[in-house]
Design a protein around this ligand. Structure first.
Ligand code: DGL
Length: 278
């Protein structure tokens, strides 16, 4: 797959000031992007959409992820007329960003593994990449490695259980350290793994577990992820636009079940006091 091309320029007509920015993830991982977006664009109306019915994406096939993401974002874009869509999910972005950009008529910002900054940070030349099982096998990641870390060693691990642990943490549950410890041990056990000094958190859920991961990897390892850069990119693409929030920001979950359930407190912390089912 070749690199998704930047989208063609969009109309320069004034944007409706109440038009939201739509952030999309399979679950609550994209809140790590929203947290950074709040710092640079606190005035921006936001809809946060979580495809809870499809979670986790990391164990699905490319065809399944593409179908869900393109279908849902198509319907959501029609319903909410966002000024910009952010796929706040590495799995969905590395698989479906190109396709989504083909079908949506609004700017789409993706979230891809922060290999470039990690390559600039590492001293030992050995970088760990922690993503979902689907993300680490993507050609998109091969390309980023080739382009930015060709002279480094990039060790990849698709950590089962980490997404579920992050979700549990945001529900206020105790995090079972087993998945986190297993991820650190697996990367350390790869050839050269003892020299890892930088770990790319290539899933938007994983910054939610940074404390647990730091403890499991021990001192001397730095973590890097893309949330801040993505927030800056959104600010850049919407520069000069006006904002007028006409209703509280909302979270939308797909699937059955009570909303917001145990996520209520975490959603409120991210400025999402309202929401419902999509
Ligand atoms: N948050 C998503 C990511 O950044 C993945 C979670 C999942 O497996 O659904 O990759």
């Amino acid at each position: 797959m070749s690199s998704p091309l930047p989208q063609a320029p969009f109309s320069t007509a004034p944007v409706d000031p109440s038009a939201p920015i739509l952030l999309f993830d399979s679950g609550v991982g994209g809140l790590t992007v929203l947290g950074e977006l709040r710092k640079v664009l606190p005035q921006a109306p936001v809809i946060y959409a979580a495809d809870m019915a499809g979670l986790p994406y990391g164990t699905k096939t490319e065809a399944q992820v593409t179908a869900r993401v393109a279908g849902l974002l198509g319907r959501m874009t029609e319903r909410f007329a966002p000024r910009l869509v952010c796929i706040a999910c590495n799995t969905a972005s590395t698989i479906a960003l190109g396709m989504v950009r083909e079908v949506l008529e609004v700017p789409v910002v993706g979230t891809v593994p922060a290999i470039k900054p990690a390559a600039a940070m590492t001293r030992s030349g050995v970088i760990g990449l922690l993503g979902t099982q689907a993300t680490i096998r993507q050609a998109y990641v091969d390309r980023l490695e080739h382009e930015f870390a060709g002279d480094k060693r990039l060790l990849r691990y698709g950590g089962p259980g980490l997404v579920e642990a992050a979700e549990a943490k945001l529900r206020g549950e105790r995090v079972d350290p087993a998945a986190v410890i297993r991820a650190a041990e697996a990367l350390r056990a790869m050839p050269g793994g003892e020299n890892i000094d930088t770990v790319v958190l290539a899933c938007t859920h994983f910054p939610l577990l940074e404390d647990e991961l730091a403890e499991a990897f021990g001192p001397g390892v730095r973590f890097v992820h893309g949330a801040e850069g993505i927030a800056r990119r959104i600010a850049h693409l919407t520069e000069g636009q006006e904002y007028a929030r006409q209703q509280p920001d909302r979270a939308l979950f797909t699937g059955p079940g009570e909303f917001p359930g145990a996520y209520g407190e975490a959603l409120a912390r991210y400025g999402l006091p309202e929401g419902g089912r999509f």
